[in-house]
Design a protein around this ligand. Structure first.
Ligand code: ADP
Ligand code: MG
Length: 449
């Protein structure tokens, strides 16, 4: 006699068997919101949360899923994937909310500043109050008391935010009459290299020397770069002698930067050197409350408290965890605060993993059904250019690679092409919820693989 089995129990068995063939995280990523509706005329109908999951299942899992399901449901002929309508509505709503809430900030070409970083949205705590006071001091006494201002501290503690806020505040306070130029040291170095190649050093010097305020981020990057150090030394002297304001940041104090000329080191130390340390609980919670509001997530305070408790060392990570939790809560419709702890654990586990660029390329290629080679090579085809931009973005965001390295990986593309692509995707993600979700799925796939 044939064993009879009810739909839900059967489906659980299918998933268990599937887990033996593909990995558990993969199952979790793709099947967590998939439910069996019925078997009718030998067709198993599955409810899926959105079109993307539907496409993914149809293209990537169909054969193995059907085979496995046939082992459990003997009379099965095929599987159909049905997008869940209530989920669609939810997606539309959140798309609307995202569109409503997220303002798009563009980097200003004349200053290279991003207006999203301001003093107003910088939360002051005991960890950064001195740096904040010095930053305000700079704005009120340009080129005078605190010159240069050198701010140092670990990654994700708000150095870039504070530096850019100084620039933005100066532009505002002095009604655009002060010439401000912000650059990362990576940009400074890359532009110098290009300049030397193209022999337009005058243009370069005009850009960095004919300003009232020069803000140079992450100067530890100068380590071992002789040409850039030399150029910066002369840039510094010219600005300083003309009483122009200079602001630096670094991930360590001047003395600890290896392979750097002593004369430059002593310039770094010649003004005010101040550090930013990791924020305490109160400050972390205040930051989360601000970002929660800014981004329209509307997460409750108890959820924010859990995040603030678990993530202590890095504000970028704090924001990342907030985004992750908000996204999960929306997409999984998960409101239970106890689950939030697990989500954060999941986020941290993924974040500390070392992810090879090779793996990222493979997963993105798979995702878009493209050959890895086509994605990497310099083929100009419309259907490839977008996935390629997504790839660059993901290599930067998840792989944490520099623009140069990404350029190298992608068939020696120029770093500016990479920079442009990453910025384009980042901007579009904020307007296009489908793209946002697509990239979240790719990230999940990479992190759970
Ligand atoms: P760093 O340059 O030190 O690596 P960032 O300035 O890039 O760090 O900060 C990482 C993220 O954390 C940014 O999104 C920034 O806006 C945010 N952030 C850091 N410090 C604060 C703060 N005190 N208040 C609000 N947001 C902050
Ligand atoms: Mg920074």
């Amino acid at each position: 006699m044939e064993e009879r089995i009810d739909l839900n129990t059967g489906w659980q068995k299918v998933l268990l068997r599937l887990e033996e063939k593909v990995s558990k995280p993969t199952i979790k990523t793709w099947f967590s919101n998939v439910n069996p509706i019925q078997i009718f005329n030998g067709i198993l109908q599955l409810e899926v949360p959105n079109k993307l999951v539907k496409n993914w299942l149809e293209n990537k899992f169909h054969i193995i899923l059907l085979k496995t399901a046939k082992e459990i449901f003997k009379e099965l002929k095929s599987i159909e994937y049905v997008v869940n309508n209530t989920q669609i509505k939810k997606t539309r709503i959140s798309k609307y909310v995202l569109k409503q809430k997220i303002t798009i900030f563009e980097v200003q070409p004349s200053t290279n500043l991003n207006p999203k970083y301001t003093f107003e949205n910088f939360v002051v705590g005991s960890n950064n109050e001195l740096a904040f006071a010095a930053a305000q001091g700079v704005v009120n006494n340009l080129g005078d008391k605190f010159n240069p201002l050198f701010i140092w501290g670990g990654v994700g503690l708000g150095k870039t935010h504070l530096l850019q806020a100084i620039g933005n505040e100066i532009v505002k306070k002095y009604n655009n009459t002060k010439k401000v130029r912000y650059a990362t040291t990576e940009q400074f170095t890359n532009e110098l290299i290009n300049t030397l190649k193209n022999q337009n050093i005058d243009e370069f010097r005009q850009k960095f020397r004919e300003v009232d305020v020069l803000i140079l981020d992450d100067v530890h990057f100068l380590s071992g770069k002789t040409k850039s150090q030399e150029e910066l030394f002369h840039t510094f002297n010219e600005l300083y002698n003309n009483r122009k304001q200079i602001v630096f940041s670094s991930d360590r104090p001047p003395k600890m930067i290896p392979d750097i000329e002593e004369r430059l080191q002593s310039r770094f130390e010649g003004g005010l050197v101040i550090d930013i340390t990791p924020p305490d609980f109160e400050t972390r919670l205040a930051i989360l409350r601000l970002k929660n509001q800014e981004r329209g997530y509307y997460l409750s305070d108890d959820i924010l408290e859990i995040i603030a408790e678990k993530i202590t060392k890095n504000i970028r990570e704090l924001e990342g965890a907030l985004n992750y939790v908000a996204f999960k809560i929306k997409s999984l419709n998960e409101k239970n605060p106890e689950k939030v702890s697990n989500l954060i654990k999941e986020y941290l586990r993924q974040n500390t993993k070392n992810i090879s660029p090779k793996k990222i390329i493979k997963i993105v290629a798979d995702f878009y059904n493209l050959k890895e080679d086509d994605l990497v090579k310099k083929i100009r085809r419309k259907e490839i250019s977008r996935p390629r931009q997504v790839l660059m973005y993901v290599l930067r965001e998840v792989g944490k690679l520099s623009y140069n390295t990404i350029g190298e990986l992608l068939n020696k593309r120029d770093h500016t092409t990479v920079l442009y692509s990453c910025e384009k995707i980042e901007k579009e993600m904020k307007q296009d919820f489908d793209l946002y979700q697509e990239i979240e799925l790719i990230k999940n796939r990479i992190l759970n693989d």
